[in-house]
Design a protein around this ligand. Structure first.
Ligand code: SF4
Ligand code: SF4
Length: 316
């Protein structure tokens, strides 16, 4: 795959970035060895950046892929900690479990924090301290807020921004896809590296996957897109798409026709009931503080996923 400079970081990254969340226990819960082989398949074909987070529980999967690997691979993690002591523990754990001495990027995992530069100032300071110690190469921010992307442009200490965007704007917390696209262009012009997340809106746009991925890939200022992948076929198809190679139409039709279901990540559901109100098919209820779906009523429209403040509903 061709490589793209990630803003001013000096990192030359593949435009297709392996998003590891779906491999872990929050989603597919793939055995470590199997996940390792899948990640390695992608690395051997030119993908050179893997995105993870303290929350994803995929350090072991990535470690399995990197065992004995001599090629280059950028590693990104995130900390959702709200205090510096815990944030340091998160970074140290990532270093230890990934068996590396330095992480290429660590993001403040502040998806639903409207003003991370105020609310997570202490975490940013801690990550900068760890950058000084040589344990982190670059500090970034991952966010679902347009306002946070815009603010990042004015913060020289932030090298990389990891924003949510998809062509429907699903999951963006303070505006439209168009407004997020404008903010992305602005922050990239300021020299930040930008790689996007949720191009398929957590699986909700899978039926139009090619169109949806190209939409995000081609936005001005987007250097890469993190995509969760669960099979070698999916990896190969995405590599072809991101390389502008001829696509196997039958294969893509198969990928876009995959049977889907609604998955609620109960562990992080706070029982707020917002999804229940959004479902016009009366397929959701809250029982014992957790949302439940009646699959016979669910039409996989994804409206509930868009309103979940915890982003804990996926169509998988
Ligand atoms: S996907 Fe649509 S039909 Fe299914 S539970 Fe969510 S809002 Fe209701
Ligand atoms: S909107 Fe999200 S957090 Fe709230 S009850 Fe539904 S799944 Fe749980």
């Amino acid at each position: 795959m061709n490589k793209v400079l990630l803003g001013s970081t000096g990192m030359a990254v593949s435009p297709l970035i392996f998003g590891s969340l779906p491999l872990g226990p929050l989603q597919a819960d793939m055995p470590l060895e199997q996940a390792g082989r899948l990640l390695r398949h992608a690395l051997d074909r030119g993908v050179n950046m893997i995105d993870t987070a303290e929350l994803y529980e995929t350090f072991g999967h990535i470690r399995a892929a990197l065992k004995g690997y001599n090629g280059s691979c950028y590693l990104v993690s995130k900390t959702h900690a709200t205090d510096p002591v815990t944030a340091r523990q998160h970074v140290e754990r990532a270093l230890r479990e990934l068996c590396v001495e330095r992480l290429d990027i660590v993001h403040v995992h502040a998806a639903r924090v409207a003003d991370p530069f105020t609310e997570r100032a202490a975490i940013i300071d801690l990550l900068l301290e760890m950058r000084h110690e040589g344990k982190i190469a670059h500090v970034g921010i991952s966010t679902h807020y347009i306002s946070a992307v815009r603010q990042a442009a004015r913060h020289p200490e932030i090298a990389v921004v990891h924003p949510l965007i998809n062509r429907e704007g699903m999951g963006i917390l303070d505006g439209s896809a168009q407004e997020m696209a404008e903010a992305i262009a602005e922050v990239a012009t300021a020299g930040k590296g930008v790689y996007a997340m949720k191009a398929l809106a957590g699986g909700n746009l899978i039926a139009q996957a090619r169109q949806s991925l190209r939409f995000v890939r081609d936005l001005p200022g987007v250097h890469g897109v993190a995509v969760g992948m669960l099979s070698e076929t999916e990896v190969d198809a995405n590599i072809a798409l991101f390389s502008d190679s001829p696509l196997d139409d039958g294969l893509w039709r198969g990928l876009e026709a995959r049977r889907r279901r609604l998955k609620i990540m109960e562990r992080f559901c706070v029982g707020c009931g917002a999804c229940v109100e959004a479902c016009t098919n009366h397929a959701l209820s809250v029982f014992d503080g957790k949302a439940r779906v009646d699959e016979d009523r669910c039409i996989l429209c994804g409206y509930c996923a868009a309103v979940c403040p915890e982003f804990m509903i996926r169509v998988v």
